[in-house]
Write a protein that binds this ligand. Sequence first.
Ligand SMILES: NC(=O)c1ccc[n+]([C@@H]2O[C@H](COP(=O)([O-])OP(=O)(O)OC[C@H]3O[C@@H](n4cnc5c(N)ncnc54)[C@H](OP(=O)(O)O)[C@@H]3O)[C@@H](O)[C@H]2O)c1
Length: 309
Amino acid sequence: MRAAVIDEYGGPEQLQVREVEDPRVGPDYVLVRVHAASLNPVDYKIVAGNLDAAFPVVWPLIPGWDVAGEVIGTGPAVRHVEVGQPVYGYARKDLVGTGSWAEQVALPARAVAPAPADLDPVAASCLPLAGMTAWQALVEDLEVGRGDTLLIHAATGGVGHLATQIALARGARVIGTCSEPNHDFLRELGGEPVSYGEGLAERVREVAPDGVDAVADFAGGGALDASDEVLGTPERVVSILDPQAAKERGGTYVFVRPDVDHLAALAELADAGQLMPHVQSVHDLEAVRDAVEEASGGKVRGKVVLRVP
Ligand SMILES: NC(=O)c1ccc[n+]([C@@H]2O[C@H](COP(=O)([O-])OP(=O)(O)OC[C@H]3O[C@@H](n4cnc5c(N)ncnc54)[C@H](OP(=O)(O)O)[C@@H]3O)[C@@H](O)[C@H]2O)c1
């Protein structure tokens, strides 16, 4: 099959699209013909070698943790999906390097679920990693619901724009930080934008004089410090970037894990019209370097996606 691979760590120029061995399919694995794979910051952090201390890798390394496509094979222990079915999933495995930026990927059964019926593969591929991160942070940890005012740091990126929609679907009010060019985008999603940076607490007070009930940090870099004074209950915080800052407040750190039930919950929201990924751009697999160049600029609105023709 063809895949985007790196033979050594570095910038986007290390990526080559070439023929590699087809994936092996273990007894509880699902083989997927990839139609689309959205990019996440972890992908280009892996390409750069920034996560070498955290994850063991195999070479040549195929990046990519998100996938939407069609089942073309199953191991004998797989029961919940079948050949021919449109699926989506989160292809993180214990060894990094047999990822989704390829024509085929093999995923553990626990990481793949039927795709949302109403989304095309490009849109569906935006949901697994970022959507489950948002779900695990907001629903499992913060238990966000009706009557809550939630502050989201980085509300218009891959995780943030999905978290905003999930919180709104659960009846919460969302105040979100983003830069000025993204304010209208956040309003269209139903959130209330405030610019990040110095003076954040005052700007939040202008729209929520009584402060907020919970804070989700998808930005890091001291974001929780900037919102401490507007949060009534210090422990109702979650961060996906800063474990220490979250834990010293009595809150939680999320490292997204594959969960079939969470994929099903996201698909249900999408099919109910309450969760729609925003796709900033789509690149063919052959143009993977352009996709990584664009996504790693730190200014993504929604998601950048690779399409695998
Ligand atoms: N722990 C986990 O399981 C987990 C899971 C997913 C992601 N992450 C990490 O979480 C981070 C966000 O992921 P993502 O996929 O949402 O990234 P992304 O799509 O690249 O989004 C980046 C967003 O951050 C915003 N931003 C930049 N600086 C900001 C600041 N100081 N305050 C508030 N917003 C700021 C940008 O908005 P503007 O363009 O408006 O500036 C942009 O929309 C990444 O570092 C990623 O590696 C961790």
